[in-house]
Structures are given as C-alpha cells and as structure tokens.
Write a protein that binds this ligand. Sequence first.
Ligand code: PBG
Length: 359
Amino acid sequence: VKPKAGVPEGTPVVPPQDLPSRPRRNRRSETFRSAMRESFVSPSNFILPIFVHEDSDKNVPISSMPGVFRLAYGKKVVDAVAEARSLGINQVVIFPKTPEHLKTSCGKEAFNNNGLSQRTIRLLKDSFPDLEVYTDVALDPYNTDGHDGIVRDDGVILNDETVEFLCRQAVSQAEAGADVVSPSDMMDGRVAAIRRALDREGHTHVSIMSYTAKYASAYYGPFRDALASAPKPGQAHRIIPPNKKTYQMDPANYREALRECRTDEAEGADIMMVKPGMPYLDVIRLLKDNSTLPIAVYQVSGEYALLKAAAERGWVNEKDAVLEALMCFRRAGADLILTYYGVEAAKWMAGDALLRTRN
Ligand code: PBG
C-alpha cells in the first residue's frame, strides 16, 4: 500500500477496511445531504405566541425573555403580526396580561366578552381574516391566585367547577372569532366539555388544540414573569399551593402521557400538544406513534431564555442552536411548533434560502 497524496506526514498507511456499509458516503456533499434529508422545518409550522397588554401604548420588554415584548393592544399588536405574516408565519396564540384590578379569586374576567383577549382576537381577525388565531384556555392570567383553576380555601384546585368556567371562556373566545381554542389547564374532562359547549353554541368549526402532555415544569418561569401570573402565596385563611403539581404532569412520567393522549383523542381534540419541548422529545414521539392527530410542541419561555442567555455570552451560535432545536422537534414528530423564536428563525431561514439560490 502506497501513502496517499495530501495526507499529513505521520498518517498511518493502512489497507482499506473491508466494510459492507459506509454511511459517510451519503453525507459527502451539501447536495447529497439536502437530497436525502428526512425532516424539514418551515415558518408554516410555527405558531407565534404573543403577549398583549394595555397598561400603556408602548411595547414593554420582558427582562427574562430578551427580544420578546408585551405588545400594546392596538396598532403595535397588528404591526407585530403583520411582520410575522410577511415572513410566512400565519398562526398566533394570544396571551393577555390582565390588569391586577380585574383579577378575582375565580377569574371570571376570562369570559368577559369585552376582555383584552376577546378584543385582541377581534382586532386580529378584522385586520387579517385568514390569520389562524389560537387562544389559551386556563384561568391563571385572570385569577388572584395564579392557578389555572379555582382554588378552594384548603388549597384544592377544583376540577369540575373550573371546567364550567373554561367552557364559558372557550365559547367567549369563539364568539370573538378564535379559530382554535387551546386548553392549557390540565383539568380532567375539559376537552369533551369544551367541545360540547362550542357545538351547543354553533361553533362546530372552531378547533381544539389540547395541551395533552403538559408537565409541571421549571421552564415556565419567564412566561409567568411576562403575565405576572405565578402562583401567589395565600392569606391567613387560604392555602395557595406554590406549584401546579396536582394538575400538571410529573416530569418523571412517560406512560401517563399515553393515558392523557387516549383521553384527549376520545374527547375530540383536533391537535395534541406536548410541553415543554426539548426535554420531552420522547413524549412527542410517543404521541406521534400512538395517535393519528397532528402533534404540536411548545418550546417554552425557559427554553427560549436558556438559548438567549448562552447566545448573549457567545457560548453557542444562536442561529445554529435554535434552528437545530426546531429541526429536532420535527424529527421527533412535531407537526406544529409554538416558539418565541418564530420571527427570528423565519428571518434566518429566509436568508439561508437566498444564499442557496445564489450559490
Ligand atoms: C397557562 C400557560 C402557561 C404557559 C402557557 N400557558 C404557564 C403555566 O402553565 O404555568 C407557559 C408557556 C411558557 O412558559 O412559555 N396555563
């Protein structure tokens, strides 16, 4: 065997290995790699979460989510959505910041037909009739306790009573023009009850995206900052649980996600979601392989904050790390991706597409 040209001095001279398979052959050029790629991600997969407020007419930065703002109700929200649409994102999910004086212990502002959420839905549907508007169905932005359900004095989160309010909330959002209502509360039986309530009121065309496998995660912190919606300590006579572990799932559990999946499918969900995203890719795959429904994943506020913080320090290449995470959601089986990186990622992807056509 002769030494090969171009190899550094000292490279061992060896005969070719006798290999039946050399996977590297299919990776040797960008043409091959892109021709044989198994997963694709596009802005059409994205659902952009938007925070809305009306404390002022300015967009307010959220300190634990650099680059994300509470958008001022009105022109500022419309402008932000117009920008997203210009980049190919045509789905948004609305999260309203309720003024403290409108919060009550049972959170009935959730189904005020003239509430911030309902007005934002109307504003966006009037401005962009073909935009798909998703809403969040849960009581935490509206009640003084910061829980997704109604809290009894002894600290129990009431299930069936909460579901009644969630139904009213979903109907009120549908009446305002919502295309998809998304229960994020993890109460039992809420998908079936919401489906019945919507149908009874003539909203058979409104879809339900259920937060099917929503875990009691530490990654929701920045979101709760954004809406001032974290569980609050109780007064003397009321116990307010400091976490959501009696309704959100235990991060240790996998098979339980299948139980939630079967229930939501039987109850009439149109889309099932896994949340958070990156630590739960196995759960995305589980649902994808056990259901015929589309699967969504929520890359949550804490995931965004982690990526931003490392990127700001120069510890990871932000664009590469983010596009990799989004691609991995698709590979794991997610059809839809809720991501605060939507607009930035869409810009990066548009830039890459331009580069490809030029080369
Ligand atoms: C409300 C809700 C939460 C998130 C989405 N809907 C917070 C929570 O459950 O405490 C979190 C989203 C994020 O962290 O980006 N039920």
